[in-house]
Design a protein around this ligand. Structure first.
Ligand SMILES: [Zn+2]
Length: 115
């Protein structure tokens, strides 16, 4: 995939995990920076407050994304060769569902306000 695509997807997964963590995990968060590197290109790092579990999840996802072999990356959900292990896959599906729904609602609310 193109480095721009990597950066976009990395930011998306980070955003989704951070929304999920804010909603579900109230305790013991730590501020950390995540370096983003792809194809010898360095991107602006992401800084997030996450609990330990979500920190590991994000690290795992970023590693997978960095090693994604697809030239034209499909959406992970439709990937013919998913690189996630089962438990991580399930967890991430839950995170994406939760945060996706929440982002959808926020968008809807701002649309209603504008109308
Ligand atoms: Zn968390």
């Amino acid at each position: 995939m193109k480095p721009e695509k990597f950066y976009h997807d990395a930011k998306t997964v980070a955003k989704f995990i951070s929304i999920y963590c804010d909603d579900k995990h109230k305790d013991k968060k730590e501020k950390r920076s995540y370096a983003l590197k792809y194809d010898n290109q360095n991107f602006c790092p992401i800084t997030l407050n996450l609990c330990d579990v979500c920190h590991e999840t994000l690290k795992y996802s970023l590693e997978r994304l960095q090693n994604c072999p697809h030239e034209d990356k499909p959406s992970c959900r439709k990937c013919p060769k998913p690189c996630y292990d089962k438990p991580e896959w399930k967890l991430l599906a839950r995170i994406m569902r939760h945060s996706g729904m929440k982002l959808g609602l926020l968008k809807l609310r701002s649309m209603i306000k504008r109308a």
